[in-house]
Design a protein around this ligand. Sequence first.
Ligand code: NDP
Length: 479
Amino acid sequence: MQYIHNYINGELVPAISGIYIDNVEPATGMVFSQIARSGAADVQKAYEAGKSAFESWKNLGAEKRSHILLKIAELIEQNADALAHAESQDNGKPVWLAKKMDIWRASQNIRFYATASLHASNHTYQNPDNINYTLREPLGVVACISPWNLPLYLFTWKIAPALASGNCVIAKPSELTPLTAYLFSEICIKAGLPAGVLNILHGYGYEVGEAMVSHPKIKAVSFTGGTKTGAHIAGIAAPMFKKLSLELGGKNPTIIFASADYEKALETTVRASFLNQGEICLCGSRIFVEESIYERFRNDLVEKIKKLKVGDPQDDTNFMGALVSEGHMQKVLSYIELAQQEGGTILTGGKRLQPEGRCQNGYFVEPTLIEGLSYDCRTNQEEIFGPVATITPFKTEEEVLSYANSVEYGLACSLWTNDLSQAHRIAGKIESGIVWVNCWLLRDLRTPFGGMKSSGVGREGGFEALQFFTEEKNVCIQF
Ligand code: NDP
């Protein structure tokens, strides 16, 4: 049995409580490791380690910090196979996907911020008898809290800019998927990251996560997770005037006009709806198709979905693996039930799947497409976060815009049209942080990333994240 310990002050240590939580492999339903159950006392210990390390990490300078971060990225790449297997075992996603998407991106996140921090610059404002210039300084000890769907990918997306800009970090992965964060702590030790600069705590969000958010000396909280949790965290952090970055839920539209490149739109819609079992905040779960091509597109989409292979994540021929937990699988199945009560017709999928062999008790759900629902029913308004998409026809731009913008979320949109003016018109009117035109999940790490409405507050990515993790100071000198 593997034990997943905290990483505090450069050492791997059990939680002060001495208690462990079972870690279940979603593909089999079996417990395969034990997770340290941390709480407020562990947060205090990690805070003290971070505080002691802060001055020397800050004063090390961007270039020397960059060398260490690049070493970490290199070690991720060297251990990509082991990390991908661990991610798959912990989360249920296929190994091939973990390797191609999660682990690759984790090393890219670190490389990106290790080098971006070398190019950050400040401002000057010149006058005849005075000058103003700005300084950017790291905040101190900051908290990074990430979810289970893209475990190491999102964990490093937060940690990298925080460390590169000179902060010390206390980070917490989801207790559902702590394994790659634990392996990452071993990598940090090997790479020579000074003790206390990064501290990783494991355990329940409502215990150790909340203790991190509530700690009076932790200066900023960067959080990715559900909208409800985000609101709860904001309620604690805002009165303490902590800096807060919130990346929250989504209910993203895929909009397909008749002029679109049909085959590319079809192919990408399948990926956008079901990649990673539909457990990506950017997945398109509401598919809107222009009426003139609706019937053909729907029928072709159903055929494509029926061909998707679901099963053992260790089998590279499977497109989809297991959902992250039994509780999450039950939630997804309950939404499929709700969709039928709301008058929807299941075109394909709709059931739990129990493959023969080692994965018989795993948490698999068939990729599911539902038709015949109104745009404002609960199935079309609430985040399901699984392999479930709805399909709806539309006649006009105005109509599809009103459907697309009707939800409380505003994270991403995938828009398919070959009419350039239409693309610009819709991109300007869609309420979402990202609009992909004739593509999906094409990410340039320099671009701002985040959501509108209940999908979040603030932006990650590019220099935005370096700005979040620093405080700007203006110096004014009269000659
Ligand atoms: P949760 O909100 O349940 O959890 C996110 C993280 O917060 C986990 O580490 C969790 O710990 C922790 N947490 C839970 N409660 C608290 C608390 N009271 N105080 C501090 N931390 C807490 O989200 P999920 O893990 O279920 O992730 C899925 C959600 O994340 C979806 O809504 C999805 O859309 C969103 N998401 C958004 C993205 C974006 O970029 N906008 C990207 C990816 C996902 P634990 O799990 O251990 O309880």
